[in-house]
Design a protein around this ligand. Structure first.
Ligand SMILES: C[S@@+](CC[C@H](N)C(=O)[O-])C[C@H]1O[C@@H](n2cnc3c(N)ncnc32)[C@H](O)[C@@H]1O
Ligand code: SF4
Length: 408
């Protein structure tokens, strides 16, 4: 995850005269665990990495097993649990698990499609004291309903957001950008403003599950760049206005490098320091600071590696599986630098982006260390010889953008 607001606030302090002193680099005690507690879902979204659907998936971890894993995670130093799915609110013990997680001292987030948050359960949700609830909104009404493949989903999800707001819950909108919805990003930011939402999370498409099957709809490189320009400007304006909303992105660590280019244009005197700060962040942290446990107890380097199993918590504790670098993928993900190939191997910004998203390289080529096709930086920008055509390219097929596409 790339926290734009955090870096924009630091930049703002520098611009106002603060000393450029790098804080000590802290390694979190354990990874953030995103836990898909259930695969069942009332929606069947076009991009869903977990290929969820409205049916039972046998063999899911039961309450006692979940509690056992939580004990191990706590003892291992995991600071954050993001409870996800499928649709986590379909799990009958979701509030018991959530309450226990809070009592154990985890930072607890709920990742939901929001359609099942109603007047009937909002008080139970509020009583848990979730640190954060993220609701997916993938466009305005028509686009969202198309993307999430259900008429009326937008209204239900927005209702969920409003109920959370009314009950004082920190709420975020999560928007996965593709060619279906990129043109609505400006309207999404207005919606965020109107609905007084605390956080905006722009997720780039990852090639997993239905997202992999539909990867032909991934955003063109230039479209991703335009989206980031818009988000950086919105975030900077927010910081200048003294507001405390958060803007974050996920699944494309080129965003960190692209922010440096934005800073270089406006505040060249601060680029060097900000580069050092972003090197501390280090970009992609799959297999290091981000982990995933699926509904059956399988452990993965992150949520998008569902086709790659590191082990199962029914057979070995998570803490053991996570530290075992006999697995070649884990060894490579934990290595610094990572054993990258192609243009990623030669890139001048590798220390910032960490090699970006390995799962996309793997899905396209079968080799997790090949270049990330969705890196939207030009060859010139990353310091390699190549073509300037990249901006007009489509990450998956490398087809050119149709002339008729209007970026504005
Ligand atoms: C799998 S969902 C589970 C929680 C809940 N059902 C929801 O939709 O928010 C978690 C998040 O992952 C996002 N997501 C799913 N598939 C994705 C993909 N292929 N690439 C990027 N984000 C994806 C969803 O949009 C959602 O914000
Ligand atoms: S993205 Fe979320 S809401 Fe959509 S099908 Fe997957 S789990 Fe369900």
């Amino acid at each position: 995850m790339f926290r734009i607001s955090q870096y924009m606030r630091e930049l703002d302090k520098l611009v106002k005269g603060a000393d450029a002193v790098l804080p000590p680099h802290r390694q979190p005690p354990g990874p953030v665990v995103i836990w898909n507690l259930i695969r069942r879902c009332n929606l069947t979204c076009k991009h869903c990495y977990s290929i969820s659907a409205d049916k039972d998936f046998p063999g899911e971890l039961d309450t006692t097993e979940v509690y056992g894993v939580m004990d191990d995670l706590r003892q291992f130093g995991v600071p954050v649990l993001i409870l996800s799915g499928g649709e986590p609110l379909l799990r009958s013990d979701i509030f018991d698990i959530s309450r226990r997680a809070k009592e154990m001292g985890f930072y607890v987030g709920l990742s939901t499609n929001g359609t099942l948050i109603t007047r009937d359960n909002i008080h139970r949700i509020a009583d848990i004291g979730y640190d954060y609830v993220g609701v997916s909104i993938d466009g305005l009404k028509e686009t969202h309903d198309y993307f999430r493949r259900r008429q009326g989903a937008f209204e239900e999800s927005m209702n969920g957001i409003r109920l959370c707001r009314e009950n004082g819950i920190k709420i975020g909108m999560r928007f996965t950008i593709t060619m279906d919805n990129a043109h609505e990003l400006p309207e999404m930011l207005k919606l965020m403003e109107r609905e007084d939402v605390d956080k905006f999370y722009l997720s780039h498409l990852n090639y997993a599950g239905r997202g992999n099957r539909n990867r032909k709809d991934d955003a063109y490189h230039q479209v991703s760049r335009d989206a980031m320009d818009l988000l950086f400007d919105a975030c900077w304006d927010d910081v200048q206005a003294g507001r405390h909303r958060e803007f974050v992105t996920g699944n494309n660590d080129a965003d960190g490098v692209y922010l440096l280019f934005w800073i270089a244009r406006r505040f060249p005197e601060h680029v060097e320091y900000m580069r050092a700060r972003l090197e501390q962040w280090g970009g992609n942290s799959s297999g290091v600071n981000i982990a995933n446990i699926d509904n059956l107890g399988n452990v993965h380097p992150d949520t998008f590696w569902w086709d790659y199993h590191l082990g199962n918590v029914r057979e070995r504790p998570f803490s053991e599986i996570w530290q075992d670098t006999r697995d070649p993928l884990m060894a490579g993900l934990k290595a610094r630098p990572r054993p990258l190939k192609g243009r990623c191997a030669e890139c001048h910004h590798q220390s910032v982006c960490g090699g970006n998203t390995r799962v996309r390289a793997w899905q396209l080529t079968g080799d997790p260390w090949q270049e990330d096709p969705a890196c939207y930086l030009t060859d010139e920008e990353i310091g390699v010889e190549g073509t300037s055509e990249r901006l007009r390219m489509f990450p998956y097929s490398r087809r050119s953008i149709p002339e008729k596409y209007d970026f504005q």
